[in-house]
Design a protein around this ligand. Structure first.
Ligand code: C2E
Ligand code: MG
Ligand code: MG
Length: 421
């Protein structure tokens, strides 16, 4: 309440003196993770220390307030120009980024900050706070430890997001998600090794939407968890049908993608267990794909979760490899079975010596670590030929087959089984 009062005073004063005021919305990145792993006592101490540092990096006339949880707001009054807010923001980031010593734990945190300015972004405190929050959100999605000034198009984004979230909720209730299956082919046997389950949204007005149009918002709003469970459930059930159809000599693996949020969800392992039991799919026929970027974000906790999943008997793949800057030493410790070479390394492989060398190195790396390499996004017979020449184990891409609904996918699978070159 004091903060709102100060904010209104500052606005009134700025209006009178024709100066600016700025609102800085500060949010700690991954505070929940710190709380979860080191405990609430350390979490509390961290918040206190953050508050001290915030107060210490401001002038006497500025106000700092803890709004909720790990959210702080800073009010800069009587600033001459907007650039001064940027200087203050950077000073705060520098101060908060220095290591923390808390009960023998050395911690470092990064923060995301959004800034709104009076009078250009709004005339009223509540609006300014909302806009600083929107800008903070943008800062977070752009990467860690930085600040963003509010811009009008962000608001539109926020508005559209909200609409999309509501639509996604409704789509989940109405069952508008469809799973398409793309074959993954063994280079050695020429048989289909498995399929990757790829979700699509059959939107009542906009038609079939690809994951690029909705996965990110679904993920950020938490909706990808229930959507993902449906994908897992349905594709495991489908895989069981295909096992029966192809017979015991030709098992068919089904690969399902997991986002960072899905991976971190505390119920994941128990849900996977439940789904395997209910559908009767053998655990080894399920491959869970996690992208390299998700893993490097927090190798330690990812590795613990992957170990837990691995103990259920499922297999694991590192997706989009080559885009996430893995430490090779970490890679060696992760319990993954497959390395999926990102399509950006596969596309245009023919006639590009550097890409060829990188693909060759990736296949060699996979093999050195005892993993199988899967090339994704194979679009031409030349690419397929080169990859085979490099010893790449498995391939997936439009050249072999697109992602298709079960009936059509089944025809493609039997076609490849019979005629793969
Ligand atoms: P991903 O897991 O790397 O999937 C491969 C993507 O490459 C798919 O795009 C696939 O359709 C596309 N692709 C396959 N072959 C070719 C090719 O020859 N050329 C080109 N240009 N593209 C090819 P899609 O289906 O749009 O999926 C995009 C991403 O969305 C996936 O990338 C995955 O990260 C995510 N995704 C899809 N379904 C799910 C899901 O059920 N859950 C989660 N968490 N993520 C999903
Ligand atoms: Mg994938
Ligand atoms: Mg991929």
């Amino acid at each position: 309440r004091l903060f709102y009062d100060r904010m209104n005073q500052a606005i009134a004063r700025s209006r009178r003196r024709k100066t600016n005021a700025a609102l800085l919305f500060v949010d700690l990145d991954r505070f929940k993770h710190i709380n979860d792993t080191l405990g609430h006592e350390i979490g509390d101490l961290l918040l206190k220390e953050v508050a001290n540092r915030l107060a210490g990096s401001l002038r006497d006339i500025d106000t700092v307030c803890r709004l909720a949880g790990d959210e702080f707001v800073v009010l800069l009054t009587d600033i001459a120009e907007v650039g001064d807010a940027a200087v203050a923001a950077q000073r705060i980031i520098d101060s908060l980024s220095a290591p923390y010593m808390l009960k023998g734990h050395e911690l470092s945190v990064t923060i995301s900050m959004g800034i709104s300015v009076f009078p250009s972004d709004g005339q009223e405190g509540g609006f300014l706070l909302e806009k600083a929050d929107i800008a903070m959100y943008r800062a977070k999605t752009l990467g860690r430890s930085g600040f963003e000034f509010y811009k009008d198009d962000m608001s539109l984004d926020a508005h559209q997001r909200l609409g999309l979230e509501h639509e996604l909720e409704r789509a989940l209730e109405r069952g508008e998600f469809r799973i398409f299956y793309q074959p993954i082919v063994s280079m050695e046997s020429g048989k289909v090794f498995g399929v990757e389950a790829l979700v699509r949204w059959e939107h009542p007005e906009r038609g079939l939407l690809s994951p690029a149009d909705f996965i990110k918002v679904a993920d950020q709003s938490g909706l990808l968890v229930p959507i993902g469970l449906k994908v897992l459930e349905e594709s495991c059930a489908q895989a069981v049908k295909w096992q029966e159809w192809r017979g015991p000599d030709l098992p068919l693996a089904v690969s399902v993608n997991l986002s960072a949020t899905q991976l971190k969800h505390p119920d994941l392992a128990s849900e996977v267990t439940r789904i395997l039991r209910n559908t009767g799919l053998e655990a080894s026929n399920l491959v869970l794909e996690v992208s390299e970027g998700t893993i490097v974000e927090d190798v330690q906790s990812a590795s613990a979760i992957l170990e837990r999943l691995k103990s259920l008997g499922v297999r694991l793949g590192m997706d989009d490899f080559g885009t996430g800057y893995s430490r090779l030493l970490d890679l060696n410790r992760l319990p993954v079975d497959f390395l999926k070479i990102d399509h950006s390394l596969v596309g245009g492989l023919e006639g590009d010596r550097e890409k060829m060398a990188m693909a060759a190195a990736t296949v060699a790396l996979a093999h050195a670590l005892g993993l199988r390499a899967i090339a994704e996004g194979v679009e031409t017979s030349q690419q397929l030929g080169h990859l085979r020449g490099l010893g790449c184990d498995l391939a997936q891409g439009h050249y072999l087959g697109e992602a298709l609904l079960p009936d059509v996918a089944e025809r493609t699978i039997s076609f490849i089984d019979r005629y793969f070159p």
